[in-house]
Design a protein around this ligand. Structure first.
Ligand code: SF4
Ligand code: SF4
Length: 365
C-alpha cells in the first residue's frame, strides 16, 4: 500500500487531520506516480494521487506580439496584465513534493515576472523538476546563471522559423536573438560548472513556415537542443485562417517527413502532430492542472486565458485548496464522462486536443 510519509494510509489525504499540514501528507513523486497508475487502472474518478504535473503562469505579460498567438485576439478587458501574488505560490507549494514536473509559463513571458523566482525556488526546495517555457529573448548571461541556480531541469524556447524573414514576420524578433538562449545557458553552465538544463524547442507549424522545419532542426541541434515539439497552428483570427496546415495536409505531411529524416540524422527527438485523430480521449484532467497568475485554475492547458469557449475552468485558489479543486465537481464530472462515455463539457466536444481537424483548430475569439 502506498503510504503517507508519516505512515498514515493515503486515503486520509482528502480529510487532513486538524494541525497536519497538507505538505506533511503528500506522497513522494515515486509514490504519487505509482498511485496514479493504479488509480487509472482501476478506473478511478476521484484521484487520491496528486496531479502528475502542474503548469503555472507567473505573469500574463509578454514582450512580443506573435501573429499566431491567442493574445493578439483575446479580450484584453478579460485578460489584463497581471503578476502572480505570493499567496498563489503558497497555495501550490504544498503539492510540489508529489508533482513530477512544474511547468512555468503560459500565454506570456515568464522571465518578465519577479514571481517566477520564488516559484522556481519552491520547486527546487520540494525537489520538483522545473521546466521553463520562454520566447528566448531575455536569456542573457545573468538570467541564465540565475536560472541554473534554481536547478532548472528543462528549458523550452519557442521559434517558428529558420530564417530571419520568417521569424520577424511571425514573432517580430530575430532568429539569432531567439536561439541565443540555448547557447547562453550552456555557456553559463560551463562557467558555473553545473549541468545545463535539457533544452527543447517548440515550433508552431503553418503553411508559410513548415518548409523551414528541417533547417530549424539543424540550427537547434547545433545549439544543444535534444527535443523539438511541433504543434498545429490554432486559428484565433479569421485573417490567418489560410495559414492552417489542415488546408493542405499533403504539404504538411511532406515537410514533416523531411523533418523526421533530418531529426533522425541529427539525433534529435521530434514530436510531430497528427492529422488523423478523431474523438480521442483527453486525459489532461486526470494528470495536470493549470494555475493562472491570479489563482484561477484550469483543468487542462487548452487556451489558458479568459474566454468562453475553449478551456475548462476548474476553480479558484482563493476559494478552494488545490487538492480540493483537483477532486471538485468540475473535475469529477469530466473524468466520469470520459470513464463512462457520458457527455463531455461543451468546450471539450470539439477540442483541438481531441480532434485533428480544421474545425477543432479554429478558435476564433
Ligand atoms: S512570446 Fe509566446 S506568449 Fe508572447 S506573444 Fe509570442 S506566442 Fe504569445
Ligand atoms: S478536451 Fe480540451 S478543453 Fe476539454 S479538458 Fe481536454 S484539453 Fe481541456
Amino acid at each position: 500500500m502506498v503510504r503517507h510519509r508519516n505512515g498514515n494510509a493515503r486515503a486520509d489525504l482528502a480529510h487532513p487531520s486538524p494541525g497536519a499540514s497538507l505538505s506533511q501528507l503528500m506522497l513522494t513523486r515515486e509514490e504519487n506516480v505509482e498511485l496514479h497508475i493504479r488509480e487509472m487502472d482501476e478506473g478511478a474518478v476521484r484521484l487520491e494521487s496528486a496531479p502528475l504535473s502542474l503548469q503555472v503562469e507567473p505573469t500574463s505579460i509578454c514582450n512580443l506580439h506573435c501573429t499566431i498567438c491567442g493574445r493578439e485576439a483575446w479580450d484584453s478587458t478579460k485578460n489584463p496584465p497581471g503578476e502572480m501574488p505570493p499567496w498563489v505560490i503558497d497555495a501550490v507549494t504544498p503539492i510540489l513534493p508529489s508533482v513530477s514536473e512544474l511547468l512555468v509559463g503560459g500565454y506570456a513571458e515568464a522571465t518578465l515576472s519577479k514571481t517566477m523566482w520564488p516559484l522556481l525556488k519552491a520547486a527546487l526546495d520540494a525537489g520538483c523538476p522545473s521546466r521553463l517555457i520562454s520566447n528566448g529573448t531575455r536569456l542573457d548571461q545573468a538570467m541564465c546563471e540565475r536560472l541554473l541556480r534554481t536547478g532548472l531541469k528543462f528549458l523550452v524556447i519557442s521559434a517558428d522559423g529558420a530564417t530571419e524573414t520568417t521569424m520577424r514576420k511571425i514573432r517580430g524578433v530575430g532568429l539569432e536573438e531567439t536561439l541565443a538562449g540555448f547557447t547562453e545557458i550552456h555557456r553559463a553552465a560551463d562557467r558555473l560548472n553545473m549541468p545545463p538544463p535539457i533544452c527543447n524547442l517548440s515550433f508552431v507549424a503553418t503553411r508559410s513556415n513548415v518548409h523551414e522545419l528541417p533547417a530549424l532542426i539543424d540550427l537547434a541541434a547545433d545549439r544543444g537542443v535534444s527535443e523539438i515539439f511541433v504543434g498545429h497552428f490554432k486559428i484565433y483570427r479569421e485573417e490567418l485562417h489560410d495559414e492552417s496546415l489542415f488546408h493542405d495536409v499533403d504539404l504538411g505531411k511532406r515537410h514533416f517527413d523531411a523533418a523526421r529524416k533530418r531529426a533522425e540524422s541529427r539525433g534529435v527527438v521530434l514530436k510531430l502532430p497528427r492529422f488523423d485523430r478523431r474523438n480521442s480521449d483527453c486525459l489532461m484532467p486526470f494528470q495536470m492542472l493549470f494555475v493562472k497568475w491570479n489563482g484561477k485554475v484550469l483543468a487542462c492547458c487548452s487556451a489558458v486565458f479568459e474566454n468562453d469557449h475553449y478551456s475548462l475552468a476548474a476553480g479558484d485558489l482563493s476559494k478552494e485548496s488545490i487538492m480540493d479543486i483537483w477532486n471538485n465537481t468540475v473535475m469529477l464530472n469530466y473524468r466520469r464522462a470520459v470513464r463512462e462515455g457520458g457527455e463531455l463539457p461543451k468546450m471539450c466536444r470539439n477540442c483541438a486536443f481531441r480532434h485533428d481537424t480544421l474545425e477543432a483548430h479554429t478558435r476564433l475569439l
